[in-house]
Design a protein around this ligand. Structure first.
Ligand code: HPA
Length: 281
């Protein structure tokens, strides 16, 4: 396995001393979406700064907390593990650091992994504030960027598994049904992962549009791939926080992204709660 086993072991033993429940699902909250975790009840919160060797996020809006708790209206009272904030690949250049939370979630027992992010809208039908189910994804320029040093059999299998990296079609259908159930219009499309950290140029966005991308961002794909390789059901939802470069006259900024997240907090929260409380086993 690519991830550093002794680092993972230390983190898990520190976490398990404080968290006695086994989560059935895990949720990674992207830029500006962290507030969703605040409604959990009977919860335990561990700041990632207290976990030995856990990577820090330097990006505003990524708090660095791991929480296990329950949604107040979950009839089945299933424990949920929430990662408030993520560490982007561009922050360290080390994929292992970005993927650590996925391994933590899997080792803690989560069988479903839901990823969220803020993304730039490329599809001309999209508006800032839309939510988009990630149907599929495109990776450009980052595939195999850091060859693993440990070529164990396990790892070789992970890297060559044909079915690995697929988003779960049943989970995607559940996302859409959940949006329908609450009368929330939802987009769906292909997410393109670029390294970042700078936003794209209008020419790059035009290229991505022609390639079939509906939204662009700097995260999520590595976690989707690794989660599915570890046997979890994986799916993702993007908040279209802005129209991508060249699609509008607005200048892009991280503030715009977090502001957009604030505006759709209620929709996002209703959708996520509907998804999680009705999650098929
Ligand atoms: N581009 C890349 N990443 C992003 C964007 C964008 O326009 N918006 C939010 N994350």
């Amino acid at each position: 396995m690519i991830v550093n086993k002794s680092l993972l072991g230390n983190i898990l033993s520190t976490l398990k001393k404080q968290m006695s429940e086994e989560p059935s699902s895990a949720l990674i909250l992207g830029s500006g979406l962290g507030e969703y975790a605040d409604q959990l009840v009977s919860s335990v919160t561990v700041p990632t700064s207290s976990l030995p060797g856990y990577p820090r996020s330097s990006v505003h809006g990524h708090a660095g907390k791991i929480i296990i708790g329950h949604l107040p209206n979950d009839p089945q009272h299933r424990p949920l593990m929430v990662f408030k904030g993520r560490v982007h690949f561009y922050e360290s250049g080390d994929l292992e650091k970005t993927l650590l939370p996925v391994h933590v979630a899997s080792e803690m027992g989560a069988r479903t992994l839901i990823l969220t992010n803020a993304a730039g809208g490329i599809n001309p039908r999209f508006r800032a504030g839309d939510l988009m189910v990630i149907e599929d994804y495109i990776t450009i320029g980052t595939r195999g960027i850091r060859p693993p040093t440990d070529r164990s059999k396990d790892e070789e299998k992970l890297r060559t598994e044909k079915s690995a990296g697929k988003t779960d079609t049943k989970l995607i259908a559940h996302f859409k049904r959940s949006a329908d159930a609450i009368g929330l219009p939802i987009q769906s499309g292909t997410y393109c992962w670029l390294l970042g950290p700078t936003y794209e140029t209008p020419a790059e966005i035009e290229m991505l549009r022609r390639l079939g991308a509906d939204a662009v961002g700097m995260s999520t794909v590595p976690e989707l791939v690794r989660g599915s390789q570890l046997g979890m059901r994986v799916g993702g939802i993007s908040l279209i926080s802005n129209l991508a470069a060249g699609m509008s006259s607005e200048k892009l900024s991280h503030e715009e992204v977090t502001e957009a997240a604030k505006r759709v907090t209620v929709h996002f929260s209703n959708l996520m709660t509907t998804i999680l409380t009705n999650l098929p086993q």
